[in-house]
Every structure is written in C-alpha cells, then in structure tokens.
Write a new protein. Structure first.
Length: 265
C-alpha cells in the first residue's frame, strides 16, 4: 500500500514504484527517471489540509473529488517569468535567469546516457519546453507511468487546491497503457514580468485514472433531455422530495449526505 511520507504540509500514502492493483483491474506503475523526482502521493480527502473544515466534515463530493488520483510534484524548485514575448527560467542553485526554448534537467543528460542502452542515448526528455503559443510551457515531472490495459491517466490541476492567478494548467488524457514516455503537463503563464515559483513540496498537477470506454461513450451514447417541469414523472418528484424536501428546515441533519455516502462505501 505504501508508507506515510511528508512533503511540505502534505502527509499521505505514497505510491511505490511498482503496480498497485485497485478494483476494476486497474494498476499503475510510476518510473522515477530524475533521481530527485518526489514519489507521487495519493490524493488527500482534505486537499492537503487546505479544505475548509466544514467542507471536510460534511461535503462528501469535495472530499471524494480531492482524493481520486495522485499528486505529482516538480523534481526541483524552479521559477518561470514571461515578458509577453520571451520566457525565462531559473532553478535552485543557479546564479542567473536563462532564456527558455528547450531545457534539460540540470546534469540529467549525462546520467541518462550513462544508464540507458545505446539505442536511446542522446534522447533524454526535456525538462522544460517553450511551446509556440505565447506563454505556454511544457513541464516534465521527472517521471514516466504505465497503466493496465484500457486505462489512461487524466492530467489536470490538483482538485480543490488553492491556485495561483499567475498561470493556468491545461488538462489532457494520456493513453499510458500504450504510450510510454515522460509524464508531463502544459501550463499557460497569464501574467507578465511576474516570477512564478514551483516547489518540490507542492503538487504541480494530479493524475486520475480514466477507463478508455468512458471517453468512447461521449458522442456515442444517446442523451435524453427532459424538457420542462411538466414532463417530470411521479418517480422524479418522489426522488426530489427525498433529496430536498425531507432535508430542509427542522428536518435537516447536518452532514447527512456525507454519512450516507460513507456508509455505502
């Protein structure tokens, strides 16, 4: 299952660099390529302790959304700054800012070529890459990942964690059962001339398992729309009554939804 670790204010269960099976024949394996890349950490119901206490106690949808997946961290403390035309970067231990086109992780290329077979030498992944679109940067976590057949990973900003207004994280689904390569994300810097810091103890992004059939359903599944209140069935009104009417005013029990949901689990 893993062992407790602490990364900044995040304390959770780490995912070992080996497959851990979960229901639905899903398994995941993370590969550390950059030695300093932190171990992924299982999503936390409290969003790393940042969720308001009332939400943590009573809002099961927020708790569940926060816990599904794994936090992925940067492999080094680094900073980016964008002036509207050019992106520059620096990292912990550097004494200058560097123009960003494509950048290797410090000292990684030599290590990669030393430990990799000859047929892949010279092809170490980029740590940072400036995409042609202004302000967009691709960031590598220092990891690779594999999932079991027909399972992909949704790469997205961490659920319910406080976000800076200085950059926007993109979302994407990687077919990690078929594509074995660097686990990365893309961001868009949204403010100019403001350094944006990334820390090894704060999640850069989150990965969540998605079955391929889920994506295939969209566009292929008929969608039924009930066009107005007059078309509601008696069973719909009965369910609405149980969900809303029986839980308001004096009949309301604080945290009832959360208690029922947790009991079913």
């Amino acid at each position: 299952m893993g062992h407790p670790i602490t990364l900044g204010h995040f304390t959770a269960i780490s995912v070992q660099p080996m497959a851990d099976s979960v229901p639905g024949n899903f398994s995941i394996k993370f590969y550390r390529m950059v030695p300093s890349a932190p171990t992924p950490v299982a999503g936390d119901h409290s969003a790393g302790g940042t969720m308001p206490m009332r939400a943590f106690r009573y809002c099961e949808p927020m708790r569940l959304a926060s816990s599904v997946g794994w936090y992925i961290f940067p492999p080094i403390d680094f900073s980016l700054v964008w002036d509207g035309a050019t992106t520059r970067w620096t990292f912990k231990g550097a004494d200058a800012w560097y123009n960003l086109d494509g950048a290797q992780f410090p000292n990684f290329r030599l290590l990669f070529d030393k430990l990799s077979p000859e047929r892949v030498r010279g092809y170490s992944p980029q740590f940072l890459g400036a995409v042609s679109h202004p302000g967009v940067v691709q960031i590598w976590s220092g990891l690779a990942a594999r999932t079991s057949e027909d399972w992909s990973l949704l790469v997205r900003p961490p659920a319910n964690l406080p976000r800076t207004q200085n950059f926007q994280g993109f979302e994407g689904i990687i077919e990690t059962d078929r594509w074995f390569g660097p686990l990365f994300t893309n961001i868009r810097l949204t403010k100019t001339d403001v350094p944006v810091d990334f820390k090894v103890d704060y999640p850069l992004f989150m990965v969540q398992p998605v079955h391929r059939s889920t994506a295939d359903l969209v566009g292929k599944t008929p969608v039924e729309v009930v066009g107005g209140l007059e078309q509601f069935l008696d069973s719909d009104w009965d369910d609405y009554h149980k969900t809303i009417v029986e839980r308001v005013g004096e009949k309301r029990v604080t945290g009832d939804y959360a208690k029922r949901s947790r009991k079913r689990k």
